[in-house]
Design a protein around this ligand. Structure first.
Ligand SMILES: Nc1ncnc2c1ncn2[C@@H]1O[C@H](COP(=O)(O)OP(=O)(O)OP(=O)(O)O)[C@@H](O)[C@H]1O
Ligand SMILES: [Mg+2]
Length: 363
């Protein structure tokens, strides 16, 4: 419907991306309205995982345009096509960011309706991390409030990309934000396996297949995908919207929990259990010694010995402060254990780092 141009500001030199709707299409009221809606939807969502829209207008020839920040990087579609399926940690980081973007859209009453890898841009930041940016709200719908507070879009024309369309969207039924949850399930499947969960020979057959066919678990297409990831992706691909994760927040929370599990290496967990067992054995041994000594020790003297016969207390070595600093080449005392602990161990013993306390940014 439009073409995207990379441009530089004539005076400031700063780069922008400008999406233009051809004048002949802009003359069609419905298409012009949809293009306007696209710009408004993106600009009202905002946030770091949605493309920033800065301006909207019409050229002298009548062509409509809107101006966006210029994104440097590749679309997720190009990335999967060129590099193949993504590593699990990388995929989970990007997916969680897309959940945040779509969650923000839903909170503002916008259902994207065309979530797919080509509509997610992956930008590499200066610190080397990646950031997903959702683009192209071209067929997004601002939802209607129903009396029960439920938000739905109007039923009607079947619109979207068949390979990513929820069964209710493929059937032209009423849809809500859970159609995006389904599409994100397809996108996650593709990121992790490099394949689509459901395909058929024609677009119409694909629409039907989304309503009738049950997809394979992602781990059947690519080895090494954990069961929790299979379960999450398959839940998003449930035919009935009620059976899917109820919101993007719920989807994102499950991704964070999976990431938390990946960040706690099992070898360390086993070490922790071993260390606990050792502490338990030592404690039990110490208690036994105390009990035995109490039983078999000589009875205390009836009269306390005179004070001057008591031996002086041993020097409190731990609390003592050397008068002169140790020579530079003398062996240094070990620093306290906590300062030497590798950062990754925080997940095992820092209460802030468990579950919802995990930092959402890349580890
Ligand atoms: N802000 C941007 N910065 C850099 N490249 C962009 C930007 N927006 C879009 N692009 C590039 O242009 C391509 C097409 O953009 P977009 O998805 O908005 O349009 P489209 O799918 O062709 O449009 P439509 O679905 O409205 O016909 C994207 O896949 C992306 O590669
Ligand atoms: Mg697009």
């Amino acid at each position: 419907m439009g073409a995207v141009y990379l441009c530089a500001h004539e005076v400031l030199g700063r780069r922008y991306a400008v999406k233009v709707l051809r004048p002949d299409l802009a003359a069609e009221a419905e298409l012009a309205e949809r293009f306007r809606n696209e710009a408004i939807a993106a600009s009202r969502i905002g946030g770091e995982n949605v493309v920033d829209v800065l301006d909207f207008g019409a050229g002298e020839d009548g062509a409509l345009y809107y101006v966006m920040e210029a994104l440097e990087g590749r679309s997720l579609g190009a990335l999967i096509a060129e590099d193949g399926p993504l590593d699990l940690p990388r995929a989970l980081v990007l997916l969680e960011q897309i959940c945040r973007a779509l969650g923000a859209a839903h909170a503002r009453g916008v259902v994207h309706r065309d979530v797919k890898p080509d509509n997610v841009f992956v930008v590499r930041l200066d610190d080397g991390t990646e950031r997903a940016k959702v683009i192209d709200f071209g067929i997004s719908r601002v939802t209607l409030e129903r009396s029960g507070g439920e938000r739905l879009t109007r039923a009607g024309a079947i619109i979207g990309t068949p390979e990513y369309m929820a069964p209710e969207q493929a059937a032209g039924d009423l849809i809500d934000h859970r159609a995006d949850v389904y599409a994100l399930g397809v996108l996650a499947y593709e990121m992790l396996t490099g394949t689509l969960p459901i395909v058929a020979n024609t677009p119409v057959a694909t629409l039907v297949a989304h309503q009738t066919r049950t997809p394979d678990a992602p781990s059947r297409r690519r080895a090494g995908i954990p069961a929790e990831v299979d379960a999450l992706v398959l839940a998003a691909l449930e035919k009935r919207p009620d059976d899917r994760p109820p919101s993007m927040d719920a989807f994102g929370a499950r991704i964070l929990a999976i990431r938390g599990g990946l960040a706690a290496p099992p070898a360390r967990a086993r070490m922790g259990a071993g260390a606990l067992a050792l502490v338990a054995v030592l404690t039990a041994g110490a208690l036994l010694v105390v009990v035995l000594r109490a039983r078999f020790a000589a009875p205390p003297p009836l009269a306390a010995p005179p004070a001057q016969e008591m031996s002086p207390p041993p020097p409190a070595r731990l609390a003592s402060v050397p008068e002169t600093p140790p020579a530079r080449d003398a062996p240094q005392a070990s620093p306290p254990r906590t300062s030497r602990r590798p950062a990754t161990r925080r997940h095992l013993d820092d209460p802030d780092a468990s579950g919802g306390g995990l930092k959402p940014d890349p580890f």
